[in-house]
Design a protein around this ligand. Structure first.
Ligand code: ATP
Ligand code: MG
Length: 326
């Protein structure tokens, strides 16, 4: 059974795109597939950050994933920094990665270009991401286009390590979600809905209350013309609304298009479907947020289960690369 791994970096607010593209698939597959879910808090330290904010969001993200139905008894469920093997393997993989390879990462170039002071970790975080993946022998990593290059790097590092030092790591591959599972920004539907880049009006946040969700959907940008057709290239705004409705109801976006003749009725149906989907998650979140000891206990258990796997992998990698067993 292929093992899938998904990480959520606690910067910005989790949104409907994360839910549809990542969280809902995790929850529906966790009973039949092997899943690793983690909050990648170390990755949140690669850009200017507020310590209290990272801590708060780490707990918020973990609680939201639990509220959405992630089951730590089924999947490996952990906070990255609670499992020190991530950073331990990171160093070993740095010793199998070229400086030029890290520098070539497009995300690094883009993000570094926007920064005044570039942290060393911004250059090396794709290698930490490789460690996250290789530590658990993940076969598949569902990512958007922006992260595909990092999964490629993880493949290259794994292949190189295995051929130089002996079989140690499973070779992972990126899996891209289908177009209809990619939710776009409501205000600028040419860009994907994003934690870091979307405006407040452009993203439907998992913790937005129902009135806010409805208001945002009703104000979503639509396209010139008034036809309701599913054509992401030519009608990105309407197609995004159809994709959202389809994801919430389990229908197909092109089939749904035929049921609406006006933007107004489509938006009303989308607003209802989004509220029906997210309101129970928010309600469960508020309950769990009131029971911190329970959430903390789940995180402790999650880290312990993850460490059992991670520690064995690091032992193997250390021995392979030439370190004397303790
Ligand atoms: P950032 O802007 O910080 O990169 P993000 O919104 O892209 O944030 P990530 O933490 O990069 O979120 O991704 C978490 C998971 O959510 C990944 O599996 C990613 O593929 C998925 N995801 C992110 N945005 C969308 C979206 N708009 N539609 C569908 N899936 C998405
Ligand atoms: Mg992203």
């Amino acid at each position: 059974m292929p093992r899938r791994l998904t990480g959520f970096t606690p910067s910005g607010d989790l949104h409907l795109g994360n839910y549809i593209g990542a969280i809902a698939p995790i929850v529906s597959r966790q009973h039949t597939e092997d899943t690793v879910v983690f909050i990648s808090d170390l990755h949140a330290l690669t850009l200017e950050h507020d310590p209290a904010e990272v801590r708060r969001r780490t707990l918020e993200f973990a609680t939201l994933l639990l509220a959405a139905g992630a089951d730590p008894g089924r999947s490996l469920f952990l906070v990255q920094s609670h499992v020190p093997e991530h950073t331990e393997l990171h160093y070993l993989l740095e010793c199998a990665t070229g400086y030029g390879e890290a520098q070539r990462m497009i995300q690094f170039k883009e993000k570094a270009g926007r920064q005044h002071q570039v942290r060393m970790s911004l250059l090396t975080y794709p290698i930490l991401m490789a460690a996250d993946i290789l530590l658990y022998d993940a076969d598949e990593v569902p990512v958007g286009e922006d992260q595909s290059q990092h999964v490629e790097l993880a493949r290259d590092i794994a292949q190189r390590f295995n051929s130089r030092y002996g079989p140690t790591f499973t070779i992972p591959r990126a899996v891209n979600p289908p177009v209809a599972a990619r939710i776009m920004d409501l205000s600028s539907p040419d860009a994907k809905m994003s934690k870091s880049a979307s405006s407040a009006a452009g993203a439907l946040r998992l913790l937005d209350d129902p009135d806010t969700l409805r208001r945002k959907v009703m104000r979503a940008v639509t396209d010139t013309g008034s036809d309701v057709t599913y054509d992401p290239a030519r009608q990105p705004g309407v197609s995004n609304l159809l994709a959202i409705l389809a994801a919430c109801t389990g229908d197909r976006p092109d089939e749904l298009a035929g049921r609406f003749d006006r933007y107004g009725t489509l938006k009303k149906a989308v607003a209802d479907a989004v509220v029906d989907t997210l309101a129970p998650v928010r309600a469960r979140y508020l309950e769990l947020a009131d029971d911190q000891p329970h959430v903390q206990a789940l995180l402790r258990t999650g880290a312990e289960r993850a460490r059992a796997h991670a520690a064995a992998k690091v032992r193997k990698a250390k021995a392979a690369i030439g370190l004397l067993p303790a």
